[in-house]
Design a protein around this ligand. Structure first.
Ligand SMILES: Cc1ncc(COP(=O)(O)O)c(C=O)c1O
Length: 493
């Protein structure tokens, strides 16, 4: 099969990313049918006049993301998934809504009270989920940028800025999303918010009057469940398995709003497969539904390349993307963002103006400079190494202490799950026992997450490892081993 690709040697986008994007596009458009062989990397490289390595890297990524599969030494073949019918999702263009785009709502937002991640009675070794490393905050650079801004641009402190957020920051976020997540948004689709929670709230309020029922992963992120549960609408808690949300169990009725965490399901850690991602988009088209993709910790991926976000596959039609800097830089900044399909931009900006009239200038300006000057990328590269080492240490320690411990969701993000084997006490009991030993580990219904059916999933413990040092992680697992003595592997002589 001839592949017609047009590479731009002058583009800032690496050649292998251009090859990946274009082949992926061809597959998604249905031009390359399931079972078709890709041209050998040598042949394509010669035709494109690029190095074979460039094509091989693109091919490896296509295979890692499930678009193609190797058949022994025979080459790479387009996967039967995505099924051809799923490829017919119309891409690009504007979507016509059923009715007027909704007004902001006056629903009260419930707040977190006494989370174990806050308060003074925190356990000594706390695996509370999703806390960035306090020692990892880029304080020196941040201070320098803030001082520079305060020396020059104080007029902004006494003025209002755009309610959608500082244009420089929105542009920097757009660039980051296009590069890192393949989400093709521009600055006039990005709304800066007070953390990810505010982004979820914004999208929910924007779509509320369009929505007849709410769908949410089960188990799920507590913050999202708080918004949904306070809405007074029917909720469909939809089960999650190792491939992410069970798309086959979504309701067939029209007009849903679905909350989903495809990159690293919160809390189970599953990565949603490409088949399911496409099935989800198809479901949204067929049922005239919208999706909020919460991509809260996708800057951290340790094994394999990052997966294209759902919003990247959707092409700006049905998916609202919610992001946060709480994990990648620090929760105390309270900066997050939502991206909206173009048709919703004016209403989203107006809603944000009604809700809070924008965000504080100084933090936004500092973050924009932090990203633009390359510090953010460097910071992420450094933190990925630190967190990967912590993850490795935790996995190794748990596997050594509890022979063959089943670990889920450790490929990315800041937490993983230990699925307890049969015969172990329930997770909620272990959580209480561990607390007495000074260790914070969390069952799914602990407040870190929410479970609509807490009994059923009481065999999973969540470990957020990003804010503990490797030595602390070792120490905590040593204590757990002593605590669960009869279930632990025999100690090394
Ligand atoms: C799954 C998930 N989504 C969104 C958020 C929102 O984070 P924040 O409001 O702190 O930016 C969090 C924070 O822990 C989270 O775990």
């Amino acid at each position: 099969m001839e592949l017609t690709l047009a590479l731009d040697a002058k583009s800032t986008k690496p050649l292998q990313a251009q090859v990946f994007d274009q082949v992926r596009e061809i597959i998604l458009d249905g031009q390359l049918k399931a079972g078709t062989a890709l041209p050998p990397s040598r042949v394509l490289a010669e035709r494109l006049r690029v190095s074979r390595n460039t094509v091989m890297m693109a091919y490896e990524r296509l295979a890692a993301e499930g678009y193609v599969r190797a058949r022994g030494t025979a080459g790479l073949y387009v996967e039967p998934i995505p099924p051809d019918s799923l490829l017919l999702i119309q891409r690009g263009g504007l979507y016509q809504t059923n009715g007027p785009i909704p007004d902001a709502s006056s629903e009260p937002l419930l707040c977190f009270a006494g989370s174990p991640g806050g308060g003074s009675d925190r356990p000594e070794l706390d695996f509370w989920v999703g806390r960035s490393d306090p020692a990892g905050f880029p304080l020196r650079v941040w201070r320098r940028i803030v001082n520079r801004l305060l020396a020059k641009e104080t007029a902004y402190l006494t003025d209002y800025c755009d309610p959608a957020g500082l244009p420089e920051l929105r542009a920097a976020i757009g660039t980051h999303l296009r590069r890192a997540r393949a989400v093709a948004v521009t600055e006039d689709q990005v709304i800066v918010t007070t953390g990810g929670q505010d982004a979820l709230n914004l999208v929910f309020n924007l779509l509320k009057s369009h929505t007849r029922q709410l769908c949410i992963e089960n188990p799920c992120y507590l913050g999202a469940s708080l918004i949904f549960r306070s809405a007074g609408l029917t909720i469909h808690p939809t089960p999650v398995d190792g491939e992410g949300l069970r798309t086959d169990l979504l309701p067939a009725e029209r007009g849903s709003l679905l909350y989903v965490t495809p990159s690293h399901q919160f809390p189970t850690g599953a990565t949603m497969t490409l088949t399911r991602r496409l099935a989800l988009l198809q479901w949204a088209e067929e049922t005239d539904s919208y999706i909020v993709e919460d991509d809260y910790d996708s800057d951290f991926r340790y094994d394999g390349p990052p997966l294209t976000a759902l919003a990247g596959l959707d092409g700006g039609r049905r998916v609202f993307y919610a992001g946060t800097f709480s994990k990648s830089v620090g929760a105390g900044l309270r900066i997050g963002f939502a991206t909206v399909p173009r048709l919703f931009w004016d209403e989203a900006r107006m809603l944000k103006a009604r809700m809070s009239n924008g965000q504080a200038w100084l933090e936004q300006a500092a973050l924009a400079a932090f990203i633009d000057e390359g510090h953010f990328d460097r910071h992420l590269r450094r933190l990925r190494q630190v967190y990967k080492a912590r993850r490795d240490r935790l996995v190794a320690a748990l596997r050594a202490a509890f022979e063959g411990a089943t670990i889920l969701g450790g490929e990315s993000g800041l937490h993983l799950v230990w699925k307890l084997p049969p015969g172990f006490p329930p997770a909620r009991q272990i959580q209480v026992m561990a607390r007495e030993q000074g260790i914070g580990i969390y069952a799914l219904s602990s407040g870190a997450a929410f479970d609509f059916d807490a009994e059923a999933n009481d065999d999973m413990l969540v470990f957020g490892y990003s804010s503990l040092t490797e030595a602390q992680i070792e120490d905590a697992v040593r204590r757990l081993r002593l605590m669960l003595g009869e279930h632990a592997a025999p100690a090394n002589p």
